[in-house]
Write a protein that binds this ligand. Structure first.
Ligand SMILES: C[S@@+](CC[C@H](N)C(=O)[O-])C[C@H]1O[C@@H](n2cnc3c(N)ncnc32)[C@H](O)[C@@H]1O
Length: 252
């Protein structure tokens, strides 16, 4: 079952594409302090484009990547100045390096295999300029365990969306089953998508960051303060691990 199909992407773009604006004060403060010369910005898993739009409005050359062609279409409309491409971030090879790379809001949790998470971090690093910053946030095991256990219903004039969330504590896999009824003139058309995310433990995320050659600082992903033992979301600000000089030779 493919996800972020036409109907769900349309709903996401209109109602849920809010994370970029929420993260912008944090992101812009980090960039202003640590990469004030930054000009180019790559947003991985850009979704419907809210962050790309803001990034472009703030003078950066913005590039977005997303697996869903429908999300890409929304992002192109929302951020017309950005270059937006449909691609799997695990196989990304743009032949360009960027001053800032971001990957926000659950996106990396969709990679349920730790090897894929490592690959995504490695791809992010290979697209990062030497002084660049990579920023990402992820749901943790604790976050999914505590939050993905309910059912909710959203009623919009043209859409009713039923959301059933579940979490398997043994496998760390969370599932969101979206069943939507979207109005098509006089009828409602049903669609369904199952989104599968893995709730990563901090040590799993950090092992992959480390192995891909990134050093990091971390924050609680909701308060932007110090991470807590049970933070439901963690936010990482990463840089390339500088090469070590051994006896005059540089070791990457
Ligand atoms: C929860 S949305 C977040 C979108 C956006 N970053 C935001 O803040 O609103 C997750 C996005 O990740 C995309 N995605 C998931 N796996 C991907 C992959 N392997 N490569 C590229 N995009 C992917 C989905 O298509 C979806 O648009």
């Amino acid at each position: 079952m493919s996800i972020y199909g036409k109907d769900f992407a349309a709903f996401y773009s209109e109602k849920w594409d809010l994370w970029g604006a929420r993260m912008w004060p944090f992101l812009s403060a980090v960039v202003a302090k640590e990469a004030p010369q930054a000009k180019t910005w790559l947003d991985l898993c850009c979704g419907a484009g809210s962050l790309l739009k803001i990034v472009g409005e703030n003078g950066f050359q913005a590039t977005g990547i997303d697996l869903s062609e429908h999300q890409v279409e929304h992002a192109r409309r929302k951020a017309p100045g950005a270059r937006v491409l449909a691609h799997d971030i695990r196989a990304l090879e743009l032949n360009q390096r960027f001053d800032i790379v971001t990957c926000m809001f659950d996106s990396l949790n969709y990679l349920v295999d730790e090897e894929d998470l490592f690959t995504a971090f490695s791809r992010a690093k290979s697209h990062l300029s030497d002084d660049g910053i990579f920023i990402c946030d992820m749901n943790t095991y604790e976050g999914l365990k505590n939050q993905w256990c309910a059912m909710s219903v959203t009623h919009e004039p043209d859409l009713t969306l039923v959301i059933e969330a579940s979490f398997d504590a043994d496998t760390a896999i969370g599932r969101l089953l979206f069943t939507g009824f979207s109005r098509k003139r006089k009828h409602y058309q049903r669609f369904q998508e199952e989104h599968v995310e893995r709730g990563y433990r901090p040590e799993e995320i950090e092992r992959s960051l480390h192995h891909s050659g990134l050093i990091f600082r971390k924050y609680d992903g909701y308060s932007f303060g110090r991470p807590k033992k049970r933070s439901g979301r963690l936010l990482y600000v990463c840089k390339k691990n500088p090469p070590i000089s051994i006896g005059g030779k540089i070791k990457a």
